[in-house]
Design a protein around this ligand. Structure first.
Ligand code: HEC
Length: 109
């Protein structure tokens, strides 16, 4: 429970940091996106995101096939795959974002 609260906090920070600054209406797309680069993902990643992302992947992505290996694809390739796979899962928006940051931060260069 503590971990969940902590990761929500971290994600709030990320969501705020990714917002365009002014106003309140900036939306982060968690299902479809292709703008997060590996270095950006590494910059926002934390130990909590790494741990949580790994667990989310085990619980959500290994249901239909074997556990995917984040280092098997580049960030760009992952976004294409994640845009197809994330909608097949039932994660919250925060979890989708955690998973994407986890996968992209561990992607192939
Ligand atoms: C509801 C079942 C289901 C879930 C959940 C699912 N996948 Fe898939 N996945 C598939 C199927 C079926 C394929 C075969 C190709 C296709 O249908 O697009 C596939 C193919 C893949 C591939 C190989 C094809 C490619 O585009 O590289 C990867 C990698 C992958 N999935 C990763 C993931 C990840 C990461 C998650 C979690 C976010 C996930 N999958 C969740 C069903 C699923």
């Amino acid at each position: 429970m503590k971990k969940v609260i902590l990761s929500s906090l971290v994600l709030t920070v990320i969501l705020t940091a990714c917002g365009s600054g002014k106003g309140t209406g900036s939306k982060v797309k968690t299902e479809k996106q292709d703008v997060l680069t590996k270095s950006e993902a590494l910059a926002v990643s934390t130990d909590v995101i790494q741990t949580e992302g790994q667990v989310l992947m085990q619980n959500n992505c290994a249901r239909c096939h074997k556990l995917p290996d984040p280092s098997a694809k580049t960030a760009e390739q992952w976004h294409k795959t994640l845009n197809k796979m994330i909608p097949r899962t039932k994660m919250t928006d925060a979890e989708k974002l955690t998973l994407r940051v986890y996968v992209v931060s561990n992607s192939k260069d």
